[in-house]
Design a protein around this ligand. Structure first.
Ligand code: SAM
Length: 282
């Protein structure tokens, strides 16, 4: 990857525009050029790529994206950052800055082309934005995002571990995930309290088949809602499927899961198989 000749200097820009960081927007800007470069490498950005960036901030990552991708559309919620971005990045004609809330924008309205998502995500929208991109079955090639390390560990967790939960199962249902690298607090301004990680999610080539996704997600909710309870009891008491305990027991036995199993022991394939069994009883 080529070096950038005039990289954005965060501190200078913050001072020049007298910008105040807003905690409620999760504003921790990347100030380390190696981190920016490694995000571009992890996302495998090339001149063929259409990229949507969520939360460009003052544009440090956006600049690297503009240099390396074909087209960049960057969605920023903070009105105060829009003139700063427009001034700082005015030399790039492959960039469009959109002022808005990424949670409320339909990405299908931005482009019909397949796209990549690249972002240093504001921590407060991490799970909702990832889930909305996956559930809406957007035309996305990959998602490469900086998140709190603890969230990356949860996304990547395997069954039976303490980090394994509904976020792990939901993301792993749609995607393969890989943690690319860990980023310490001193790479940001202001410094966050915890480590971050850059994670890449790619839609699964061989998607897990399930007849009715909403039944599966209901079961997953039961499984992790009360982790101490057996899956049998959680589904019976909270599933709302209107089936007998014995039917659930048979369904569990059909997929090779013992009656005392807890939800956190099941793989995503087992959740899908269980959902199909329960669908058929209904
Ligand atoms: N990309 C910049 C960087 O890495 O230096 C800034 C990242 S900072 C962690 C998160 C950015 O997302 C901030 O600029 C913040 O204003 C913006 N943001 C917060 N909530 C947002 C939302 N709902 N939609 C779009 N942008 C949002």
């Amino acid at each position: 990857m080529d070096r950038i000749s005039n990289p954005i200097k965060t501190k200078e820009i913050i001072d020049k525009y007298d910008f105040y960081f807003k905690k409620n927007f999760g504003q921790n800007f990347i100030i380390d050029q190696n981190v920016l470069k490694n995000i571009i490498l992890s996302a495998e950005i090339t001149k063929n790529d259409f990229v949507i960036e969520i939360g460009p901030g003052i544009g440090s990552l956006t600049q690297f994206l503009c240099e390396n991708a074909k087209t960049v559309k960057a969605i920023e919620i903070d009105k105060k950052l829009i003139p700063i971005l427009k001034n700082t990045l005015n030399e790039y004609d492959n960039l469009e800055i959109i002022n808005g809330d990424a949670l409320k924008i339909d990405f299908n309205d931005i482009t019909e082309e397949p796209f990549k998502i690249v972002a240093n995500l504001p921590y407060y929208i991490t799970s909702p934005i990832i889930m909305s991109i996956l559930e809406n079955k957007l035309n996305v090639n990959s998602i490469t995002v900086m998140v709190q390390k603890e969230v990356a560990d949860r996304i990547n967790a395997k069954p039976g571990t303490k980090d394994y939960g509904s976020l792990s199962v939901a993301v792993q249902f749609y995607c393969e995930s890989v943690i690319n690298f860990i980023v310490p607090p001193n790479c940001f301004m202001p410094k966050p309290k915890v480590d971050s990680a850059v994670i890449t999610l790619k839609p699964k080539k061989n998607k897990i088949e399930v007849i009715n996704e909403s039944i599966m997600f209901k079961i997953i909710k039961c499984a992790f809602g009360q982790r101490r309870k057996t899956l049998l009891n959680s589904i019976y008491n909270q599933g709302g499927f209107g089936i007998s305990k014995n039917d659930i027991l048979l369904a569990l036995s059909d997929i090779g899961v013992c009656p005392n199993a807890r939800g956190e022991e099941l793989t995503i394939e087992q959740f899908a198989a269980l959902a199909d069994r329960i669908y058929k009883i209904n």
